[in-house]
Design a protein around this ligand. Structure first.
Ligand SMILES: C[S@@+](CC[C@H](N)C(=O)[O-])C[C@H]1O[C@@H](n2cnc3c(N)ncnc32)[C@H](O)[C@@H]1O
Length: 264
């Protein structure tokens, strides 16, 4: 792993470890909610995409799975062997706790930087799942897509829901407003913390957010033998970033759903 990538990912993971207790305290009802066998945290369009792919008995790995509630939702739809990867030890602990409360303790969680995954996962999965708020933490998106592709068996799929890259142009506010070039490359530095639930600012460890354009996302997939099978722009809030825009007259797309298939 290049020094630059490990510098940034270390900062990212420290920030997520730092905010983990706050997210946990904001989400106490989750420990009750996940006990329902039909627990489903997926946004409607992504939920339909998962159904269309049909996860029944399929092996699924979610990269950057956080507290695992999206993976748990997919397991509840009948997925087979499920693995969640996240660099934050604090969130992996929460994921393990939540899956026990859900009666799904056999979901495997692994604390690892995505750029330094254990070899044993290579070429092992029918599906790689990515849900909102992952691409922008990646200093090297092409290398990230290479890792995701390497996890799949030939013919396997990446099922992805992400924040629309156009949101990199916006600053949150009331209302949120455009202030950045769509083609910005320089990472955003942040020290306000990662409280996405209440947007409470706190004096936080610094982290870096990497803007990636839609063409960069699509080209990084093409470079890694991934064929696009489905693409949809989503008009509603998927990641609590600039969520007010959903109700603005100039409603930009707020999310994207993508389905890729690996073809060697
Ligand atoms: C916004 S959360 C993703 C949440 C996801 N949508 C979910 O709820 O399932 C981003 C996650 O990416 C993880 N992450 C960021 N960079 C990482 C890296 N290099 N390796 C592994 N995990 C990483 C963070 O620890 C954090 O839990």
């Amino acid at each position: 792993m290049s020094d630059n990538i490990s510098y940034y990912t270390k900062k990212t993971i420290e920030s997520w470890d730092e905010v983990a207790p706050m997210h946990d305290s904001r989400n106490k009802s989750l420990y009750v909610d996940v006990a329902n066998n039909n627990f489903n945290n997926l946004n409607p369009d992504f939920d339909s995409l998962i159904d269309r792919f049909d996860v029944l008995n399929k092996s699924v790995i979610q990269v950057c799975c956080n507290n695992g509630i999206d993976l748990l939702s997919i397991r509840n739809k009948g997925a087979g062997h499920c693995v969640g990867i996240d660099g934050s030890k604090e969130f992996i602990d929460q994921a393990n706790k939540l899956s026990k409360f859900a009666g799904q303790a056999d979901i495997e969680y692994c604390c690892s930087d995505i750029y330094a995954l254990p070899e044993k996962y290579i070429n092992s999965f029918d599906a790689v799942v990515i849900t909102v708020g992952v691409f922008n933490w990646m200093p090297d998106l092409n290398r990230f897509m290479e890792v995701c592709s390497s996890l799949l068996v030939n013919g396997g799929h990446i099922i992805c829901e992400e924040i629309h890259p156009i949101l990199n142009m916006y600053e949150e506010g009331n209302p949120s407003y455009i202030t950045n070039s769509y083609f910005r490359i320089k990472p955003f530095r942040d020290t306000d913390g990662l409280d996405y639930f209440c947007n409470e600012k706190y004096v936080a460890k610094e982290n870096y957010w990497f803007p990636h354009s839609l063409s960069e996302i699509l080209m990084s997939a093409i470079s890694n033998k991934l064929q696009l099978k489905h693409f949809k722009e989503i008009p509603y809030n998927v990641g609590n970033y600039c969520s007010d825009l959903e109700f603005s007259d100039g409603n930009p797309p707020l999310g994207i759903n993508l389905l890729w298939q690996k073809n060697e």
